[in-house]
Design a protein around this ligand. Structure first.
Ligand code: C5P
Length: 223
């Protein structure tokens, strides 16, 4: 039998990371933070002086990147790219915007596809992103799609940035989040949409514990 996968998709700042880290820790499964791969590739392109609109050149960089996530399932893991820990640059809000620019390109998505599938190793994988359930792991055993209002997501992102020692203005975050969502939703390849067999969870009025409880209930139902 193939290695089981649970996918957690949804827009930025909705809490996919928290949910998938929690599940991975409890089940003892691997975790794929697919957004980090797009972020890392965007940073590598900027570093190499490549214009982000030159998507073939960006895609060509992907194969040469040695990417390693270390640490446990906590968010304090390091992100090593070609031997350097670039976690704080990867997590920066502006990097999310760069990532979503390159993520609209079919060549870029194709270049990262196999790398994402390679995270599927026993005993199981929790994959979070935008197209985990639709494109990368269409045969996942359980597909979750989280939503929340843009205002609530901006508020959560602000708390997350502050916890990481960064700061931002709430209204700016809300605009950035809405712009990024719009780009992710309307792109022609792998747009941000729930898989037809995904279970939608609106988290706007739920705290992390309540979301975790609901998710745990769904995981148990699937045996
Ligand atoms: O989830 P995160 O905010 O780290 O993702 C950054 C950007 O990478 C997203 O806005 C999206 O454009 C892109 N992405 C994607 N497909 C994924 C994960 C992320 O297109 N599976």
């Amino acid at each position: 039998a193939s290695v089981p996968v649970i996918t957690v998709d949804g827009p930025s700042g909705v809490g996919k990371g928290t949910v998938s880290r929690g599940l991975a820790a409890r089940l003892g499964w691997q975790r794929l933070d697919s957004g980090a791969l797009y972020r890392i590739l965007a940073l590598a392109a900027v570093d190499a002086g490549i214009t982000l609109s030159d998507t073939d050149a960006v895609a060509a960089l992907a194969g040469g990147l040695d990417i390693r996530f270390t640490g446990d399932h906590e968010d304090n893991e390091a992100i090593w790219v070609n031997g350097r820990d670039i976690k704080s640059a990867v997590r920066a809000e502006a990097t999310g915007g760069l990532a979503s620019q390159i993520a609209a390109a079919p060549a870029v998505r194709a270049a990262l596809l196999q790398r994402q599938k390679d995270f599927r190793v026993a005993p199981g994988l929790i994959g979070d992103g935008r197209d985990m359930g639709t494109v990368v792991f269409p045969d996942a055993a359980l597909k979750l799609f989280l939503t929340a209002s843009a205002e609530e997501r901006a508020r959560r992102r602000l708390l997350q940035l502050r916890a990481a020692g960064q700061d931002a203005i709430l209204a700016d975050l809300c605009t950035e989040i809405s712009t990024r969502d719009e780009r992710d939703r309307t792109r022609t390849v792998a747009p941000l949409v729930p898989a037809s067999d995904a279970i939608l969870i609106d988290t706007t009025h739920l705290n992390p514990t309540q979301v975790a409880e609901r998710v745990e209930g769904l995981v148990k139902d699937r045996g």
